[in-house]
Structures are given as C-alpha cells and as structure tokens.
Write a protein that binds this ligand. Structure first.
Ligand SMILES: Cc1cc2nc3c(=O)[nH]c(=O)nc-3n(C[C@H](O)[C@H](O)[C@H](O)COP(=O)(O)O)c2cc1C
Ligand code: SF4
Length: 641
C-alpha cells in the first residue's frame, strides 16, 4: 500500500493515506474555533495531508471548558465550524470531526458541576473524584453525542469520529480500571462495551457520513486494559466505519506522545493485531510517526497513517516526501506543542520549536513563500548555532547576500552538546539546519573569529548570534572546586571524575541540562542531586519529565529537594540550606558538579551597536533561553530585514 495513493474511507474518496490527527491547540475562543484554528488545520491540508481530523477536543456537552475545547453541542457554534470545514476543503483535503466527553479525565470545577464518569474511579491526571453516571446521565450523554454529530454534519464535516482514546469517557466505559459499574454497562468485555456500541449505533442512525472510532489499543495504566486485550476489546465493539488507533490515557502522556527520554510503546504490532480483528479501514499511528514508521504501519495492515508532530514541524511534509524532497523533522522535544497546551507553559497555544509558523499560521506566511526583500543587503551573521543558521538561510532566501562566520570548525553551537543521550533526536534539528544552509546561497566561513575590527562598512547589517558560554558560578563565589555540567556532557571532565564515587550535582539550571547531566553522573557513581525546588529539573517539559525521573531512579540517584547550595568550601565539603526551614546540612562528596545558568555572550553585540547602525542580536546572545527562541528570533528578524 502506498502512502500517496488515492484512497477511500467508507465510500468517501481521500486524496492519499496521510492523516493529520487532532491536536489540542488552545486556539478556540468561547467554545468556537477561531480563524487561527481554521488556518492551522488548513495549512496541513495544503501541505498534503489527504485527511484532517479536527479540531481536537470537540465536546458533546459542557463537561469541560477553556481555549482547548470546541462546544460542538452548541448550534451557535455551527457557523464557525462550517468556516473551519470550508478552509480545509479549499485545500482539497477532507475533514472529519472528533467528538469527546472527558469523563473522569477532566475536572468539573470550571463549570460548577460535578464531573460525571462511568464510576467513582478517579484519574491520576486530575484531583477530583468523579460522580458515577446514573441512568438519566447515560441517556443524556448518548443524546449529546447524537446532537453534536448532527451539528458536525450540518457544518459540512465529511465524517464523525467518537473518541475512546485519552481524555475520553467512552474509553473509560471500556476500561476495567475506570468502569466498575455493577449494572448492564459494567462487568465483562461485552457489558463494558455496551454503552460505546449503543452510542455508535445511535450516531450511525442519525447521520449519513462515515462514523469512526478513535480507540486506545492499551491504556498503559496499572489495572487498565493492555495490548494483549486487543482481540477481546475489538471483539466486543461494533458499528464503526473505520478504526483510528491510539494508545494510553490522560495520565500516560509521556508514553502516548513519546518525546525525548520516554519509554515508547511499540505500536505497529498492536495495529497489526487490530487490523486482523476488524473488517473496516484502520488508521495507524506509532509512538512517533514519520515517513519511515508510516511504511511500517501500512505493512502492518493500516490503510491510513496518522501524523501529528511531524506535520506541526513541517506542515508540507507529505507533499515534500511525495516529491522526494526533504522535510524539516520534528525533534520529539514536546517543548512547544504539548508543553504549550498541557505543561508548565499551559496557557499558551500550540507551537513548534523548529517551525515558528505553527500556531501562528494567520500571522506568518510559510517560510517557503517569503517575499523577496525590498532592498537586498550584504549581511554578516556572526555565529553558526541554530539562531545564526536559521536566520542566514531565511535571509538568503529573501535575496540578501549573506555570509555566516563561525569561530569553531563546525556548525551547531550548543545543539551539538545537547543532542546526546535522551536528547539525541535534537541532532535532527542540527542536521536539518545545516542541510538548509547548504542548499542556500549563504557563504559559510568556519574557524573564523569576528572582532569589531573585522566589521567594516561593506556590511549593511550585522546579526550577532554568538550564543551563551557555559554556566557561570561567579555570582556564587564558591571557594571549592566545582565541575561545570556542560563540561561533563562535552566529555571534558572525565579525568576529574575518574576516581570519584560519591557525586553531588547542584541543580541551579532547573531544566533538562540537570536531568541529562544527572543521567551521565549516575552511570559513573553514587549520585545525589540537590535542588532548591521540590524535584530536580523542575522546569523540564512536563511530558518529558517522567522519562528522565524514571532513568535517574533506575540508576539509584537520590534527590534532596528544597535544598539550595549555600557554599562549596575549599576542602570540597558542601553546605546545603533547607529553603523552607533555613537549617543547613553538610555533604562531603568526591566531586561537585554544578548545573547552573548561563549568561549571554553579548560583548561583540554591545561594542558593535556602539559604533555602527543596523546591528541585531538573536538567540542566546540576547539571553540564554530555549531552542524555540533561537528559531523564533531568527525567523522574525529574517522576515523583517
Ligand atoms: C500538542 C498535541 C496535542 C494533542 N491533542 C490531542 C487531542 O486533543 N486529541 C487526540 O486524540 N490526540 C491528541 N494528540 C495526539 C496526537 O493526535 C497523536 O496521536 C500523537 O501526537 C502521536 O503521534 P505523532 O507521533 O505523530 O505526534 C495531541 C498531540 C499533540 C502533540
Ligand atoms: S515542539 Fe518539538 S515535538 Fe512538538 S512538533 Fe515541534 S519539534 Fe516536534
């Protein structure tokens, strides 16, 4: 089966077998999809996905609220939904709407109501004890699915999908963990599937478009159903025109959307089992789906393949692959997509580290369609890290005559250091940035330091992307010796660590550098991590955190939370201060490693800005931040110059 061939889904023609799955975007407003949300979905259609499933989180009743939810039950929302459908149809792609009710996997507090679920079995993703649904609730829920499905059909959707994946009451009915009812809707597989089957039948008889089921093939939670249950699970279910496979629950998103450092469930085998169990088309997904895993899924018996993060990273992936071109790859960072809508950064909207246009489709044109610069300039870029490379490529595409100088003999900057161990997928970013640069007309000069004397008037603009050097301990004025975490990661501290058995890692970085260094050190000796937060790497993207914590636990690392470093003494002992009580404790490790903060390397920028006009700085040279800011700064400047 070929990913790019025209296909058919329950009688409807679809231009190929590539599907953009729903992602929670936080781009809805007052329960209605916004123009931004429509543009976000349409961009994936224009980029080649034959089918778009979305918007995500379309509710059948008011069981949740916020900018991630679309009130599909509300007839007033139909016109906005129709505009979304039209935007996708205009690209030549089809669109199916997914309906859900989050049950025990959301809280009811926002709506001043109790959250209803199959049973009083809570999800670890929330703090609320759900109220078991009474018979009236079941009737009302079924009617809600029907009413909402009718709204979708009225809005012009090509199909309707009922959600029984993460965040879905229908999956909770199927689950031995969440459904402990003792009426005809609880008990064995047949009884637990009864409510889902009845709801599918009710929707089928109300609408004349394909009705699909989006189903977790395993819950991955203790007490839930497992991959080995797929034959029983699917044996009990009926009445759907296609099966969309997913995995997990709301509490397992570290595995569900496998990012860096996560244990990824092996989905292709489960998809193959599912395809054997049903006689309708199957949409497959892997733990992380790219062109290669798409082939595996098609070989496993799937007729369609769902992509999510890859199409956030490059909306035109499908079109490019089909034409034999290179697409920018997702780096599985989960940093701006999942973190943007679920994690610490919750409150933002969906974005992507390597594609600043994602979530800003109405504001930023595709990088491939940038208009030529009105006044082409000679531009000098100083620094070949991600910000410098990205800027240089885009500015050159716009017609500027760009030269990039890098003091080292290789490109990549801190990305090279970051892209190891669990963060190895980050190397895709470096490779893709380098490949884009190679394909551009930029002149690259490696091993070339730039001082103020080198910057004469021949350059119309100078862009300083000099990054940030390793972390500084100057503000702590430690008397004793500390090893910088970045030196550990660079392999430059091996001699100092050679005989050290008891290791103390001081976490002032509060992010993934601590976790990465921790994993490295825990493999060398007995490691204690001291942090002023409750746990180390506190600001690590939440979807990635469980994988790192599990790795540290597996290697026996211990954590002392709420303890800031007071001093590292000349004799090597360390005083830690309890941030809550002020009491101190002393440690006497063989080596102290410090994961700290970094300061921008801004000296060149400040000097140049003093002596000439048109000097800009981007990325960590502004302030050491995360990778997404390097891309974003570069993109913004390249578009405006
Ligand atoms: C930011 C983000 C939000 C998501 N929200 C939803 C959602 O609301 N409903 C859903 O069924 N899946 C959601 N997913 C899951 C994806 O549809 C997909 O199954 C998952 O990302 C794995 O596929 P991938 O490796 O192609 O990214 C979301 C994924 C991401 C990255
Ligand atoms: S933010 Fe990271 S994981 Fe998410 S789509 Fe972009 S590159 Fe992929």
């Amino acid at each position: 089966m070929d990913l790019y061939e025209q296909s058919e889904l329950a009688g409807a023609v679809v231009s190929n077998r590539a599907v953009f799955r729903p992602v929670r975007t936080n781009l809805a407003e007052d329960g209605a999809p916004t123009d931004e949300l429509a543009a976000h979905l349409a961009a994936r259609g224009r980029g080649g996905a034959g089918l778009v499933v979305g918007p995500a989180e379309m509710l059948v009743d008011g069981s949740a609220s916020g900018p991630s939810y679309v009130d599909a039950y509300d007839p007033d929302v139909v016109p906005a939904l129709a505009e979304t459908v039209e935007a996708v149809h205009d690209t030549g792609s089809s669109i199916i709407g997914q309906l859900t009710h989050p049950g025990a996997e959301a809280t009811g507090d926002a709506e001043m109501r109790a959250q209803r679920a199959p049973a009083a079995q809570p999800s670890t993703a929330t703090y609320e004890m759900p109220t078991p649904m009474a018979d009236d609730d079941l009737d009302a829920l079924q009617e809600s699915f029907v009413d909402a499905a009718e709204n979708l059909v009225e809005a012009g959707f090509d199909g309707v999908e009922l959600a029984a994946g993460p965040y879905a009451v229908l999956r909770q009915f199927l689950s031995p963990k969440f459904n402990t009812r003792d009426d005809e809707y609880g008990g064995d597989w047949e009884s637990r599937a009864r409510f889902v089957d009845e709801t599918l039948a009710a929707v089928q008889s109300a609408v004349d478009v394909p009705v699909g089921l989006h189903l977790s093939l395993a819950e991955l939670e203790y007490g839930g159903y497992e991959f080995e249950d797929v034959p029983d699970l699917l044996g009990a279910l009926s009445g759907f025109d296609y099966l969309s496979c997913t995995v997990g629950t709301a509490a397992t998103f570290a595995q569900t959307h496998a990012g860096v450092g996560a244990q990824a469930p092996g989905l292709p085998d489960a998809v193959a089992t599912a395809a054997d169990c049903v006689d309708v088309p199957v949409m497959g997904r892997a733990a992380y789906t790219d062109e290669e895993t798409a082939e595996q899924l098609l070989d496993a018996g799937a007729e369609f393949v769902s992509f999510t993060r890859q199409l956030l990273a490059d909306e035109a992936s499908v079109r490019k692959w089909k034409n034999g071109e290179r697409a920018t790859r997702s780096i599985q960072s989960n940093q701006k997509c999942l973190e943007g809508v679920y994690g610490h950064a919750h409150g933002g909207h969906v974005e992507c580290v390597v594609n600043p246009r994602t979530g800003r489709e109405t504001e930023l044109a595709p990088a491939s369609d940038l208009p030529s610069a009105g006044l082409p300039q000679r531009v000098l870029v100083v620094g070949g890290g991600p910000a410098g490379m990205r800027f240089a490529t885009l500015a050159s595409r716009r017609g500027h005559d760009v030269t990039l100088r890098e003091v080292r003999d290789e490109l990549g900057g801190q990305l090279t250091l970051a892209a190891q161990g669990p963060l190895e997928p980050f190397s895709r970013a470096r490779e893709d940035l380098e490949a884009d640069l190679r394909d551009s007309a930029v002149t690259v000069e490696l091993g070339t330091e730039v001082t103020t004397d080198d910057v004469d008037e021949e350059w119309d603009s100078v862009v300083v992307a000099t990054g940030a050097p390793p972390s500084t301990t100057e503000h702590r004025e430690f008397a004793g010796e500390v090893i910088d975490a970045l030196d550990v990661l660079a392999g430059e501290a091996d001699d100092e660590l050679a005989d050290a058995e008891d290791l103390l890692l001081l976490d002032e970085n509060r992010w993934v550098i601590t976790m990465q260094t921790g994993l490295d050190l825990a493999a060398r000796g007995d490691l204690e991590i001291a942090t002023a937060d409750h746990y180390p790497g506190f600001r690590t993207e939440q979807p990635n955190l469980p994988g790192f914590v599990a790795g540290l636990q597996a290697q026996g690392a211990t954590v002392t939370g709420n303890h800031d470093v007071d001093d590292v003494h000349e004799d090597g002992t360390v005083t830690l201060r309890n941030t809550l009580t002020g009491e101190t404790v002393t440690r006497d490790p063989d080596a102290v490693v410090y994961a700290g903060r970094r300061s921008a390397d801004e000296s060149l920028y400040l000097k140049l800005a003093d002596q000439r006009e048109n000097v800009y700085r981007i990325g960590d040279a502004v302030s050491p931040r995360k990778l997404d800011r390097a891309y974003y700064d570069a993109e913004k400047l390249a578009r405006r110059l």
